[in-house]
Design a protein around this ligand. Structure first.
Ligand SMILES: Cc1cc2nc3c(=O)[nH]c(=O)nc-3n(C[C@H](O)[C@H](O)[C@H](O)COP(=O)(O)O)c2cc1C
Length: 375
């Protein structure tokens, strides 16, 4: 069975990538990931300067009991994974550490897809040139694409991470600056922490982005322990907001992705958020994604997800076998098939035709002109 696909002009053995995160933080992990069968990896985000992370754990996993409402990060038998929570910054290794490693990885696996995730500031021309420096250095090592991180939810600087991703102009400027020097495709990884992600996506496409990756983690807090009254993750009693990933964000990320693929049906999308099985990935494909990326599930499976990628490949193979009667032979045959099934509430059938008008007319609400809403 041929699982290969072409996305933003790059050929992948399969449409499954490890996303930018701990599974892709080192050369040895990435080499193991390719050996295990991942179609591509996006490196842990690379910056120009080393960063220093918090004291203690940077990631924890929230679990739910099957027979009670109890949610906790404490490990216990029978509890199911609810989500990952992290406040890890970008790679604590700077560009010059990464450069020779990227080259060696490409040399060892020339036909596997290596995407370099990069991040710099965006507050002035010097910062913008940092993006270009990162982009050029990574493409010189024969990386296949660049993913610009406009989405890390825990950067304090207003001109970094998701603070850029919330600003359509900065999104556009950063994308354009990277595109000016890029000879390889540029994917923009957007934040879900925004009212209408279509606005920022438009900024990215105006800047020349070849694809959008979504979602990064959702801004969130760990829960407070009822016995200690401390947050389950804290340093000296203090916590900051961090990012939620894993199963809890799958439906949330799908809603963002649906908005994106409907607004830009002819563009390329890489779906991320809550995927641990082929069934999950299929949702993203059917909404219009050409590839998908995985983090939390891989972190919990020998750090790089050998069982996860095996299951994804088996799942896709079985799906294609089952759908052979429809003439489907590859992922492209079903990408976007359910994109148009997501509609406005008022388009969903009511018991009788006139029962509901989406809040307009005859339902007791003020007329839209009175409340200043344009229709
Ligand atoms: C510990 C941790 C570190 C992460 N670091 C990065 C990063 O450096 N750059 C980035 O773009 N995304 C980063 N992410 C986000 C993931 O790549 C991914 O977008 C997110 O976890 C949602 O996918 P998941 O539900 O499969 O975990 C990180 C996530 C986690 C849990």
């Amino acid at each position: 069975m041929d699982l290969s696909t072409t996305f933003t002009g790059i050929r992948f053995h399969n449409p499954f990538l490890l996303s930018s995160a701990p599974p892709t933080e080192s050369e040895s992990n990435i080499l193991r990931a390719f050996e295990a069968g991942w179609g591509g990896v996006v490196t842990k985000t690379i910056g120009l300067h080393p960063v220093v992370n918090v004291v203690g754990p940077k990631t924890k996993f929230l679990r739910a009991d099957a027979d009670s409402a109890h949610l906790s990060m404490k490990k216990r038998p029978g509890a199911a994974l609810h989500s990952s929570w992290n406040w890890e910054l970008i790679s604590d290794k700077a560009l010059d550490w990464w450069v020779p490693r990227l080259g060696r990885i490409k040399q060892a696996f020339p036909d596997h897809v290596l995407v370099a995730s990069i991040m710099a500031g965006s507050g002035n021309d010097t910062e913008l040139r940092h993006w270009q420096e990162l982009a050029v250095a990574c493409q010189e090592q024969r990386c296949d694409a660049l993913e610009i991180n406009l989405s890390c939810p825990h950067m304090d600087r207003p001109d970094m991470g998701s603070n850029v991703g919330k600003d359509k102009e900065l999104v556009s400027i950063v994308t354009k600056v990277v595109k000016e020097v890029a000879k390889i495709p540029v994917w923009a990884k957007l934040t879900p922490s925004t009212t209408d992600i279509v606005i920022e996506a438009r900024g990215a496409f105006l800047g020349g982005a070849d694809a959008i990756s979504s979602s990064n983690t959702f801004t969130s807090l760990p829960l407070i322990d009822v016995d200690t009254l401390d947050f389950e993750v804290q340093v000296d009693g203090l916590v900051s907001t961090g990012g939620l990933g894993g199963p809890a964000i799958l439906p949330l990320s799908l809603a963002k992705m649906s908005q994106l693929t409907q607004a830009f049906p002819d563009k390329s999308f890489s779906g991320i958020g809550g995927i641990s099985s082929f069934e999950h990935a299929l949702n993203y494909f059917l909404l219009g994604c050409g590839t998908v990326q995985i983090c939390t599930a891989a972190m919990l499976d020998h750090a790089i997800g050998p069982n996860v990628i095996r299951a994804l490949n088996v799942g896709l193979t079985r799906f294609l076998e089952k759908q052979a009667e429809k003439g489907w032979t590859r992922v492209d045959d079903f990408v976007g098939l359910r994109r148009d099934r997501v509609v406005a509430q008022s388009k969903i059938r009511r018991p009788t035709e006139k029962d509901y008008r989406g809040g307009y007319d005859a339902e007791g609400y003020a007329a839209t002109e009175e409340v200043g809403v344009k229709r």
